[in-house]
Design a protein around this ligand. Structure first.
Ligand code: FES
Ligand code: FES
Length: 168
C-alpha cells in the first residue's frame, strides 16, 4: 500500500500514547496485535462472535475486531497487558488462577477483560436480559452477562466461580 493511502494517528493504550501509520481500515485488534505487539487480545473469529478480542475502551468492554483503530484516537484503551502484572494481578486474573478458570487459555484474556467491564456495568446498575433492576450477581446473571465470551474448552463453571469470587 502506498504511504499516501495510510493514516498516522495516536492511540493511547495502557497509559502510553503510540503513533501509528497504518491503513485506515485497520481494526483495533490488528493494530494492537500486529503493530503494537500486544498479543494478549486474541483473534478467535474476527467477526464479533467469540469475545476473544475483548478489550476495554474508557472502561467499557468491546470486541476489538469490530472497531477501527482510527476511530479510537481519543479513547483510553486497556488490554489484558494493562490490567495487572505477574507480581500484582488484577483480582479477576487472580481468581481465574485460583479457580482454574481456563484450560488452553486462548479465550482467557477476553474473558478477563470482559469480566472487568461486566463488573463495572453491574456497579453502575446496568440491567441485563435476566433481570430488569440492579441485580444480585447470581450465577445466572454472570452467565448471561458473559454470554458474549465463548470458551471452546468449556471452562464455564470455573470462570463463573472466579468472577463471583472477584466480585466479592
Ligand atoms: Fe472478535 Fe471473535 S475475534 S469477537
Ligand atoms: Fe480454551 Fe477457553 S480455555 S477456549
Amino acid at each position: 500500500m502506498p504511504d499516501s493511502a495510510r493514516e498516522t494517528f495516536p492511540l493511547r493504550v495502557n497509559g502510553v500514547t503510540h503513533h501509528l501509520t497504518v491503513d485506515p481500515r485497520t481494526t483495533l485488534l490488528d493494530a494492537l496485535r500486529e503493530h503494537l505487539s500486544l498479543t494478549g487480545a486474541k483473534k478467535g473469529c474476527d467477526h464479533g462472535q467469540c469475545g476473544a478480542c475483548t478489550v476495554l475502551l474508557d472502561g467499557r468492554r468491546v470486541n476489538s475486531c469490530l472497531i477501527l483503530a482510527i476511530s479510537q484516537q481519543n479513547a483510553q484503551i486497556t488490554t489484558i497487558e494493562g490490567l495487572g502484572t505477574p507480581e500484582d494481578l488484577h483480582p479477576v486474573q487472580r481468581e481465574m488462577l485460583e479457580h482454574d478458570g481456563f484450560q488452553c487459555g486462548y479465550c482467557t484474556p477476553g474473558q478477563v477483560c470482559s469480566a472487568v467491564g461486566m463488573l463495572a456495568e453491574v456497579n453502575d446498575g446496568w440491567p441485563s436480559a435476566v433481570t430488569e433492576d440492579t441485580p444480585e450477581l447470581s450465577r445466572e446473571e454472570v452467565r448471561e452477562r458473559m454470554s458474549g465470551n465463548l470458551c471452546r474448552c468449556g471452562a464455564y463453571p470455573n470462570i463463573v466461580d472466579a468472577i463471583l469470587e472477584a466480585a466479592r
